[in-house]
Write a protein that binds this ligand. Structure first.
Ligand code: DC
Length: 228
């Protein structure tokens, strides 16, 4: 069998999907698409334009009208990719605490998801892609060649998130981070449309107690097995 052409990686916030997905894509020479960044870009637009996170109609309109693109890094400042909204670089802005607070609500709306999913499928159709998110294996690419569900305990994910933010000079208490993770888990898993869950045919990988390097090796072994 050839190397899987479309690889879906899903899992909760902080499980290491983006880091590992980007590394897998680099190894294979595939396009890497972090779909969470697209929902975050819509949240940035909502904040900039003063659209309430419950206003589904206006959020969907702004998502449809603004050109949200994710491409290769345009600067060497530690970014894995560059996110543009109408030509404006929002790569770091999408990680702001204000965005963290509203993004789950923004991503909950079916009309917003329809716009995002259409674009994700368009990019997925080209093949040679590693796509990372919550609903890639279940909704966006249900016929992906390989589906991985990457997970870790909430405590471990809060610890990793704390380290990641501290590295950028943003120090937050462990309790706040855990609270934030649990709140997002709940919103992402309990929403009616495309909730976070492993596809029945996904390979589930637990990353508690494993380094990024070890988790990456595990994923690459699964890719190699599927390529035999
Ligand atoms: O992976 P992340 O934390 O950057 O995702 C941001 C938000 O977007 C999160 O609340 C879940 C949501 N999301 C989603 O609903 N579907 C996706 N495919 C990716 C992210």
């Amino acid at each position: 069998m050839p190397t899987p052409r479309r690889i879906a990686i899903d899992g909760p916030a902080g499980a290491g999907k983006s880091t590992i997905g980007a590394l897998v894509a680099e190894r294979l020479g595939y396009l890497f698409l972090d779909t969470g960044a697209m929902y975050r870009a819509v949240a940035v637009l909502a904040l900039r334009k003063g659209i309430h996170s419950e206003n589904e109609h206006d959020l969907a309109a702004v998502a449809r009208e603004s050109r949200i693109t994710i491409g290769p890094p345009t600067k060497r400042d530690g970014r894995a990719y560059t996110v543009l909204v109408g030509g404006d670089d929002v790569t770091w802005e999408i990680r702001d605490a204000a965005v963290d607070r509203i993004v789950s609500q923004v991503a909950r709306h079916p009309q917003v998801r329809d716009v995002m999913v259409a674009e994700q499928r368009r990019l997925g159709a080209r093949g040679r892609v590693v796509m990372v998110g919550r609903d890639i294996g279940t909704v966006v690419l249900p016929d992906a060649d390989l589906k991985i569900f990457l997970t870790a305990s909430a405590h471990e994910r809060a610890r990793r998130r704390g380290e990641e933010l501290a590295a950028r000079g943003d120090v937050r208490s462990r309790e706040d981070l855990l609270h934030e993770i649990l709140r997002r888990d709940q919103l992402d898993s309990e929403r009616v449309v495309a909730p976070l869950k492993a596809a029945p045919d996904a390979v589930v990988i637990e990353t508690d107690g494993h380094t990024v390097g070890e988790a990456l090796q595990h994923v690459l072994r699964v890719v190699a097995e599927r390529s035999k």
